[in-house]
Design a protein around this ligand. Structure first.
Ligand SMILES: [Zn+2]
Length: 162
């Protein structure tokens, strides 16, 4: 059977000629050529893609208001609040347990992102060694800064004594 005479192919070609204007970014878009023809889904579509769907829906004032109202209502319920804080504490504990398990408890919070990148690029043992060296250098710098301060102070006092 020839593709040109295939009524289904013709119908789908016709379907893909339709256009709509995205309600978020204002671009015109057509049904995707990669997807099967789904007339119902096409009829319901308001946005050109996933990003615009998410942004368009999140930005709608009634949605924002509804979400705020839901959050407010939830948190005014003491039982929900208790549950929520219990959950937050639980999550925190679980995170701490994970960090312990991965053996990065000794790395300061703000350096963990850096450690992760180092681990990806040069492996855990090398990353650990580099991190240890970095921390040692930082500690040395701090110690040196304190020593320098003490020296400066002593110098000042010596000068004032004369
Ligand atoms: Zn769009």
């Amino acid at each position: 059977m020839s593709r040109i005479n295939d009524p289904r192919a013709a119908a789908s070609a016709e379907h893909r000629k339709q256009t709509k204007v995205c309600q978020h970014c204002g671009e015109t878009f057509s049904p995707s050529a990669h997807r099967q023809v789904d007339r119902k889904a096409w009829a319901a579509r308001k946005f050109c893609g996933k990003a615009c769907t998410a942004r368009g829906i999140m930005k709608r004032p009634e949605v924002v208001e509804r979400q705020a109202a839901t959050i407010k209502a939830n948190f005014s319920d003491p039982a929900y609040r208790a549950r929520h804080s219990a959950m937050a504490i639980d999550n925190f504990r679980r995170g701490a347990a994970t960090r312990r398990k991965h053996g990065i408890g000794w790395i300061p919070d703000d350096l963990r992102g850096m450690y992760r990148k180092m681990r990806f690029s040069c492996g855990a043992p090398e990353a650990r060694r580099m991190m240890r060296e970095y921390l040692a250098a930082m500690a040395r710098r701090q110690v040196n800064a304190v020593l320098q301060q003490m020296k400066d102070k002593a110098e000042k006092q010596r000068k004032q004594a004369y």
